[in-house]
Design a protein around this ligand. Sequence first.
Ligand code: T68
Length: 824
Amino acid sequence: AAESLSDAEHRTRTGLDPESLRRAVRDHLFYFQGRHPATASVNDCYLAVAYAVRDRLFQHGVQSLDLLLHRPDARIVAYLSAEFLMGPQLAANLVNLGILDAMREAMTAFPHDLDRLIDHEEEPGLGNGGLGRLAACYLDSLATLEVPAIGYGIRYEFGIFNQQIRDGWQVELTDKWLHLGYPWEIARPERAVEVRFGGTTEGYTDADGRYRVRWNAAEIVMGVPHDTPILGYRVKTCNLLRLWRAEAVQSFDFASFNVGEYGRAVEQQVSTETISKVLYPNDASPQGKALRLKQQYFFVSCAIQDMLRSHIRFGGTPDTFHHRWAAQLNDTHPAVAVPELMRLLLDEHGLEWDAAWEVTQKTFGYTNHTLLPEALETWSVDLFGALLPRHLEIVYEINRRLVDGVRRVYPGDEGRVRRMSLIDESGRRSIRMAHLACAGSHAVNGVAALHTDLLKTQVLADWVAMRPDRFHNVTNGVTPRRFMVVSNPGLSGLITAAIGDGWPSRLEALRELERFADDPDFRARWRDVKRENKQRLAAAIEQRTGIVVYPDSLFDVQVKRIHEYKRQHLNVLHLLTLYRRLKADPSLDIVPRTVVFGGKAAPGYFIAKLMIKLVTAVGALVNDDPDVRGRLKVVFFPNFNVKVGQIIYPAADLSEQISTAGQEASGTGNMKFALNGAITIGTLDGANIEIRDEVGPENFFLFGLTADEVRLRKAAGYDPRAVYESNPVLRGVIDLIASGALSPDDPSRFRPLVDGLLWHDPFMVLADFQAYVDCQAQVDALWRDGEAWTRASILNVARMGKFSSDRSIRDYCERIWHVEPVRA
Ligand code: T68
């Protein structure tokens, strides 16, 4: 009776045919939710379908992690990330299971069809942007490649805020993603772990006469895991996303309650549960707040304890931990894992320093995602020591040994010692988390070739000099299941009809499309698909903004977080250039464009919020101007997230990837656009460079300074004012913004933006302006030749195979993790 269900039993309970699915949905509705199909609401039906699908994730993921844990030979990847931006789960799971059509048919018996339910689903926005979405793509690829893996992170109660646009400004609303119930996760309270904070440490001598340290913590918090199954594409591997929720050990203080202090009785609980309450909405500048450090240590400690516990439970010993686990640090947010693993091995498992350090270094790899100096995390020594006194001691000891090593290799080079130290002593003493992550890892990688080069020659040059063989490049990738099969069924169907259905898990196969690039019939169908996708987006734009756009116009799209280095304002300067041309000559024959923006600004990032207001102000000026006559439309699509992205990428003609060269570590939106047939206009930055190498320079609109040129130009004393003075077109648009014509109610509204450009312009917007405008003219020219445009679009898709996250994950497996697939 304790054995697993037989195959036949599984089939009746979790069959994949429409009839079995229909029965399963009906059962969940009736027995689990107490609803009759006839009166079920959209949410009732959605939950019932989701539960029916979840059953099948477990059943068809025969090779589930639960079973793998019993096989002590398999090495498991632990992807440690403060963010997982998973996106909607229903359609993606149906695709991976191969039952999208069967479920669509099954749902004809219910009052709400499948597409209505997919549309109803709310996504867990547990990430800011590229870094969190990358983690989600990697989980999909790990499962698809049949590599056992767990994603460890935080189950934020409130994810990234919902963005509303009111009067053209961003307004932030709390993201209550759990309010209707989240059917994809299973809480595992029986696997909770304890996490401690604060207090003091003391030395003592153990039974063997050895010196040991005890940590007498001041506060204990419980971490309760919530598991979401991650099934691979058409395989039987089912991995896990394990997110931790903070709970009070004792939720209720009876002593306070009994003396009538009802508020006090729950105070401790409230303060504890704050730890996993909300995601910090900054995608670049870290906030040195105690709560953020608590969040980081909380999930990292839960994860490492969970890994150690399972390792030992299945027969491992502490000194072989790294045989079992390959742990990746997604940026420095989980870098406190280094001293945490050391602490557990030293203090709880009695290892000596050298043995513990070897295990630690062999366990961790570190991925860097940014060069922006303001984004490199540091924690004040005082704060760190108050919250994690034992970890501070361990960090000091790591540093002592590190500094000794530097002095041995470079005697007398105290400048190098200061630069490499884990402790920045220049001001208020602080811990450099990137250095801690480098010290504790056997491999460090950047996320695109240029980024890795810059990392090696600039930010981490001293580390490369000491340990050159530890540095790698792993260019990012995205999952073609979600970003093609799920989101662009039209294009996917066309591709499959042409080259067969193997490409979603072997993306290099897209190359076979090259031979259709000159086929007039194929080109016509390619255009039909794009047109349908544009119609779908046009409808969504009208519904959400009231703006009417024309699907025959060129859809020119920039969606990503709002940031000065990403240069949404450069795009705006081009828009205003077009607008002024039309005003000067309303009969001018220009290519009709719809320029779409989307993205969230960090709530405290004033200039980014002003950039949103600028876009909407330009929209208000342009969209209904009779001189423009529908040839230029400007849209700010609110609340850009994964779900919105799935509508936008398939509908784009032109992909804006216009960051200042050297600033965007990789970008991954650039890949999503090109995989959906958009042509890129971009700088030589991040993965743009590799995309251009793959698709061919003739199928990519390149402009702007290179990273080297940016550096030289700055060194020579860049004067944006001189650029402004010497370019009448640029002067025209800047003056238009400065004039207050875009903000009659507050003429000086955009002054801070204009002044920033004229007097500082750290991101070289003015320096790249003319090159950008000229490049946009080349875009127009190609667009006017519809056949040539289509050809370039097809060739873009055909040559993008490299950017599947499957390729990235294979790179990590071979070069960093040394793990192998475990086939069912
Ligand atoms: C992005 N970084 C890079 N950071 O900007 C992008 N940061 O070029 C790259 O493609 C992507 O990572 C994946 O490698 C981020 O998204 C954050 O979101 C972030 C969040 C918190 C703190 C710092």
